[in-house]
Design a protein around this ligand. Structure first.
Ligand code: T46
Length: 136
């Protein structure tokens, strides 16, 4: 997979005609996989970084439910930085992409909808191992 396969996907937004705010909804066909797990990152201190790994099989979709953060994507050949800062758009990260999340704003919440249950064996946590994995 390449960083070019990491895609922004718009999430339908229903603005309330009576000024009661917005509602966004993800139905099952919006993602190319069945969601098997949901987790979220919050209270991330300023200057902290999350991620710093790749997944062998897992696919995921990240949404900045509140605030903003940057996702650094790396396919071993190319790096790309994507900023997420709105709750009606997310970033689809396919399998085999190294990712780091940084520049969390105060109050940022990162929602992650993923294609499998938690398996530590799916993680590649050393960059050198990632390079071997994609070179293999
Ligand atoms: C990713 C980024 C965006 C669990 O027990 N269950 C879980 O579902 C998850 C995601 C984590 N954990 C445990 C494993 C570690 O002991 O929680 C601890 C922190 O996990 P990690 O260091 O992997 O957290 P992040 O924020 O660096 O990475 C997480 C996801 O693991 C990862 O898939 O892409 O968020």
């Amino acid at each position: 997979m390449s960083v070019k396969d990491c895609k922004h996907i718009s999430i339908p937004k229903i603005s309330d005609p009576d000024g009661r705010g917005n509602l966004s909804v993800l139905e099952k066909d919006i993602l190319p996989y069945e969601i098997k797990r949901v987790y979220y990152l919050y209270d991330v201190p300023s200057g902290s970084t999350r991620g710093g790994h790749a997944h062998k099989e897992l696919q995921q979709f990240l949404i900045a439910l509140s605030g903003s953060f940057d996702v650094v994507l790396d396919d071993g050949k190319e790096r790309r930085v994507v900023s997420l800062n709105r709750p009606d758009e997310g970033l689809l990260i396919p399998t085999g992409i190294w990712r780091e999340l940084e520049n969390f704003s105060s109050g940022a919440v990162c929602l992650s909808l993923v294609s499998d249950v938690y398996k530590e064996s799916d993680y590649i946590r050393e960059y050198a191992d990632f390079k071997s994995f994609i070179g293999a």
